[in-house]
Design a binder for this molecule. Structure first.
Ligand code: ZN
Length: 274
């Protein structure tokens, strides 16, 4: 599933091409499960994508006329950029655009499993939607103090499972949460109320390491998953210390344990994490 580093990779690649004026929009037979809202979506044709931002795992296409496209990639979504019409299987939405120097650019949303969503919203709806997401774990606002205060407010959660809550930790996903706990030396099952100020600080610090390493490697690709706007896979897997690993990459000796926490595969080192 694309998490913050993967979404950031796609965002940065599309940003280089902006502004993009949409000349034509094409939809697959199955686009209805992706496009929201179904009843009152406006026609994106004619809009100019002037910038692209990100909050958590949400891509925010800023267009003129107060129009926003909000894109959530779900389990297997990605965007492709091409000079030619995109014919890849599972391309559900495709914009033919004019970019810089009158260059024709095709921007396509590809999603084999179709759990992703694309919202065509006017400003007010878009802002309300974005307000539902908590602090982005990749920003300076994600401090130890913040982590500690949220953990204090909800003291009975299991740390790793709680880190997946987008209302508080926008952008955090399953592999990131496992890696954060590993690098902070915290067992995924520890209760949030038992995390000290110092440990909360450590969580915020190691989050930067996990995210930076992954973004530098253009994201993370697990068995046939995520790919970027050129269809390339990410190479971040080499930086993982516990997730999908047999031996812990921190102590280099202890076999990694896999448990299921709130239905999600969770990895930890019994030696390094207390
Ligand atoms: Zn270890």
């Amino acid at each position: 599933m694309p998490e913050l580093p993967e979404v950031e990779t796609i965002r940065a690649q599309i940003e280089k091409k902006t502004p993009l004026t949409i000349l034509k929009a094409e939809y697959s037979t199955f686009h209805n499960s992706i496009l929201k809202p179904k009843s009152k979506h406006f026609d994106p044709v004619g809009a100019t994508i002037s910038d692209i931002k990100r909050k958590g795992k949400l891509l925010i296409f800023l267009c003129d006329d107060d129009k926003y496209f909000l894109s959530h990639l779900g389990m297997s979504g990605s965007w492709r950029i091409s000079n030619n019409k995109i014919t890849e299987k599972h391309t559900h939405i495709q914009f033919e655009t004019i970019g810089k120097n009158n260059k024709r650019i095709f921007l396509g949303y590809v999603d084999p499993r179709r759990f992703g969503n694309l919202y065509f919203y006017h400003e007010e709806e878009a802002l309300t939607f974005m307000d539902g997401l908590g602090i982005d774990i990749g920003t300076d606002e994600f401090t130890g103090e913040y982590v500690h205060s949220v953990f204090k407010k909800y003291p009975n959660k299991m740390v790793k499972a709680f880190l997946l809550d987008q209302k508080y930790f926008a952008g955090c996903g399953n592999y990131i949460a496992s890696e954060i706990c590993a690098r902070a030396g915290i067992r995924p099952t520890r209760r949030t109320g038992k995390i000290t100020k110092k440990e909360a600080q450590l969580i915020s610090e190691v989050t930067n390491i996990v995210l930076d390493q992954s973004i530098e490697s253009n994201g993370m690709t697990f068995s046939g998953g995520y790919s970027d706007t050129e269809g390339k896979v990410g190479e971040g897997v080499k930086n993982l210390v516990v997730f999908y690993q047999k031996v812990c990459g921190l102590c280099n000796k202890t076999p990694v344990k896999k448990i299921i926490l709130k239905t999600r595969g969770t990895y930890y080192c019994p030696f390094c994490q207390k």
